[in-house]
Design a protein around this ligand. Sequence first.
Ligand code: 3H9
Length: 655
Amino acid sequence: MTAITFSPDVSGTVTDGVLVVTLDNPPVNAASQTVRAGIMAALAHLNGNSTLKAMVITGAGKSFVGGADIREFGKPPVDPILPDVVSAIEASEKPVIAALNGVALGGGLEIALACHQRIAAPAAKLGLPEVKLGLVPGAGGTQRLPRLTGVAAAIEMIGSGRAVSAAEALRLGVIDRIAGGVLVEEAIALAGEQARRPTRRTGTLPVRAGAEADLEAAAKKVLGKARGQTAPAEAIRLVKLAAHATLDTGLAEERRTFLELKDGEQARALRHVFFAERASAKVDGLEGVQPRKLETIGIVGMGLMGSGIAVSALDAGFRVIAVEQSAEAAEKGRTRIEDMLRKNLVSGRIDQTGFDARISRLKTAGDKAALQPADLVIEAVFDDYDVKATLFRELEGIVRDDAILATNTSYLDPDRLAAETRNPARVIGLHFFSPANIMRLMEVVKGAKTAPDVLATGLQLAKRLGKLPIVCGVTEGFIGNRIFSAYRKEAEFLLEDGASPAEIDSAMEGFGMAMGPFAVFDLAGLEIAWARRKRQAATRDPAERYSVIADRLCEAGRFGQKAGRGWYAYVDGKRQEDPAVTEMIAAARREKGIVPKDFTSGEITRRLVSAMADEGRKLMAEGIASRASDIDLVLINGYGFPAHRGGPMFMAGIE
Ligand code: 3H9
């Protein structure tokens, strides 16, 4: 069988009169210009050659097509553009079958939707994730998908950007078959069948509008999560348009919207986040370093954090040994972990078999000696230096010499802790965020003496847990909490200068933060930061600006939401402004002779975001963060910074 070359990454072979076209553009078969040109050449070959009756398109490697080539988005489009390729596929005289061997995302699914039949491998994943890049599908997705699934399902899929499994795609009508055996062979057989039938073109199918209530419910769900993003609402508008406009009108409007969004600020920011995530996985000095074997994770402390870490590790398939100080405390911890797993069972996130498997991999004990088989032990005990130092020394006498010791401290110095042990090279910081089974961010703290394979193992653990690991050096609070402290300080200076807690919170929420700073301080409790400020008092530069308002709140017992009062008063759990706090702020202003001024929300957000970026600059200069984009990812994934703004460093233009 001789291969026909259509472009550098598109080739074909012929079997039983069917042209089998393979796209081969590693790493994910993105629909780059040469792929698009290759498909056009293959279509011309198919329709110009009387010995051929149909065509199958499939992908080499793990992906069918991972989408349009995102790297081309900053540049002017080059012909043939994807919408034209997709239209040419749909218009083909002879049938074209999509054989979906792996992920078919964005433009990849749009190519498949224009094919006349779709058959998928059982493990294939299909989706239109463009909204996650601040876009709408730009090659017919908003017009063709509803013709197959109905409007409500298309709103949900496109508006959320969620990928579906082959089984769900079949149920929704996105694909026609799931291959039971060899995908391409079955696709060739399907092509043979189609060649004898009238061609079904997705674009000519009527749209099942469905019940208005279902449609509105789907739209509401999508918009509820969109928080300030433009693309999801635009996607809904376009899908609804499919129900009453002609295909051509719908496609033209989709293209116009796609191009407008593509050059917008939100899409630029989300593209930055996409590439930032890929860049964060590349860590200098780890090329060729093999991570250590990880099967059993030990956890010390089964409070909220330790239990969350245990659930995350059980979810990822690890064996977990979790210990507490006594059998009674261990039993309580076990109940907490089981309750968290049961919640996931009830919500349908895991099934009974999955629940049972997790429980069977969990061992709890009231004695640290049980940690002996662990490959890596994470301590999640009270954040006190002496407690942790004693624990690390004890662990050295229990675990194997090659087991890794990880601290989940938020503020203590992992290098100092490591120095308490005989082998500091096996100590690392793994800073999880609470709730640890949900939050995606994990700061992986590289100590001065952490061995490269220990760091590589920390990163691999994070990846297996489905987390986003960001490597950082040792500093008080690491990347996230150091920036958060700078943010806190600046928010308090803004109070002194004239803004109120509610004005600042409302400005930051309008900007897109999940919660405003003062609401967050109250939720987290004010006492930990107070204790830290007291610790730092002796070494603080007297010339440095310092706001006493938070200290006064703590002195008055206003420790936050749990205490019923903090920056706000909480009446029946509801947050409201408190005249007592207003007076404390006014008093602090008077003492410093500050004449309060009015701030617009734009001024508030600019000052706070600049304060974050300034601290980020310092972290880079100190070598704590290796890339500005890593800092953006920490803020976005751990502190509720809106992804569609790209992060404080992106906003400040710092690369
Ligand atoms: C679109 O399609 C618009 C259309 O509607 C309209 C057009 C007119 N382009 O994630 P990984 C790179 S919008 C360019 O680690 P995995 C990535 O940067 C697009 N490059 O692999 C990385 O490079 P490097 C809609 C891409 O196996 C490498 O591939 N599509 C693209 O864990 C490996 O990536 C999407 O939004 C791309 N489209 O996951 C899908 N995709 O090694 C985005 C990846 O140099 N992609 N790269 O750092 C994904 O979700 C995942 O990459 C995927 C593979 C699931 C495909």
